[in-house]
Design a protein around this ligand. Structure first.
Ligand SMILES: [Zn+2]
Length: 338
């Protein structure tokens, strides 16, 4: 078989004070990603939900930020004239401009909406359709100025646990002539899979997952949504856009399918009392074995004295944990995609 789903069952035996000091067995599953061979650990316990967080004070203290409509065209940077003569790019309510504090060669921000804050169930497909249309224009114009900028990440960090200091919903659009670690792992593993099997890993994976029916969520046009066998974050949902490696070749229908899948996932997170998340789209041109991929993960909900979900396991052992079995997550989230 070309794609292998390998796993180890680990078990910890102890005398539990929760059970009159009788012996109990606590299972942990280690799964190996079929492409990257990276291990992830599925634990079976988690802290109970503290319910929905009241954002009113946070909104009151931070409203009128530089991304709010009265400031965005006055206080944000503009692109170099030789790249984007208009200075900024707007589609509907979304506005794209260079990041004042970039983390790469071409770092941009796309403000997604006029609203200073949205709860996860308030994001709409239109918001992401407009935001992605701006991102695509930025990428297209930058690549025609600098064809070496082939490696792009389109990502969202939402709220403090997701790594964003600004509440106002926005995307990061970052392009470089070199890949990130994750991009390099995907490209290298995808190319060696192609050399061995003479077929694309992502196409084979989608067909296999659809056949198994345990982790395949939904297909919308060219976008296939699934829960990965070996997640690299909490409640991870993935989408693969078949026959595209880069955002620049997507049509309106593909962008709309991506937008609707994100909104479906965020509605599920909201119902589970999550409020912070990250997603990243890996958009790479000129790599035949790469398919456009999006990963969405939930983060620890913002709460006073919240506990970060990245422990020494993730940051120092490079071993990622998840506290829901992928097959259970798939069953729970499917109705949100229908
Ligand atoms: Zn704002």
């Amino acid at each position: 078989m070309k794609i292998k789903f390998e796993r180890y069952h680990l078990q910890s035996d102890l005398l539990s004070p929760l059970n009159g000091f009788e012996p109990v067995s606590v299972p942990t599953e280690v799964r190996i990603d079929p492409l990257t061979k990276r291990k992830s650990r599925i634990i079976t316990w988690s802290l109970p939900s503290k319910g929905k967080f009241d954002f009113s004070q946070l909104i009151e203290e931070s409203k009128g930020c530089i991304f709010c409509p009265e400031n965005v065209l006055l206080k944000t940077p503009q692109f170099l004239k030789e790249i984007i003569p208009e200075g900024r790019i707007s589609v509907g309510d979304a506005v794209g401009f260079p990041n004042l504090f970039p983390a790469g060669t071409y770092g941009s921000v796309v403000v997604l909406c006029k609203e200073h804050f949205l709860n996860l169930h308030e994001f709409t497909p239109e918001i992401y359709e407009e935001g992605f249309s701006v991102a695509v224009e930025i990428i297209r114009k930058t690549i025609s100025y600098d064809p070496n900028a082939r490696f792009w990440q389109i990502s969202q960090n939402f709220l403090l646990p997701g790594g964003s200091s600004i509440l106002h919903p926005h995307l990061q659009v970052i392009g470089d002539p070199i890949p990130t670690n994750e991009m390099e792992w995907l490209i290298d593993a995808g190319s060696s899979y192609y050399e061995r099997n003479k077929s694309l890993y992502w196409k084979d994976l989608i067909r296999m997952e659809e056949g198994l029916g345990e982790r395949s969520i939904a297909t919308s046009g060219s976008v296939h949504w699934f829960v990965p066998f070996a997640p690299i974050g909490f409640n991870e949902v993935c989408g693969v856009v078949e026959d595209h490696g880069s955002m620049t070749t997507l049509g309106k229908a593909d962008i709309s399918s991506l937008a609707r899948g994100i909104v479906s996932t965020l509605r599920y997170y909201y119902d589970k009392d999550f409020n912070s998340f990250n997603f990243a789209i890996y958009s790479i041109s000129g790599e035949t074995s790469h398919q456009l991929l999006i990963r969405i993960i939930s983060r620890t909900p913002i709460q006073p004295y919240y506990m970060n979900d990245w422990t020494s396991f993730e940051v120092l052992q490079s071993e990622l944990t998840s506290n829901i079995t992928p097959e259970v997550l798939c069953r729970e989230i499917r109705p949100y995609f229908s």
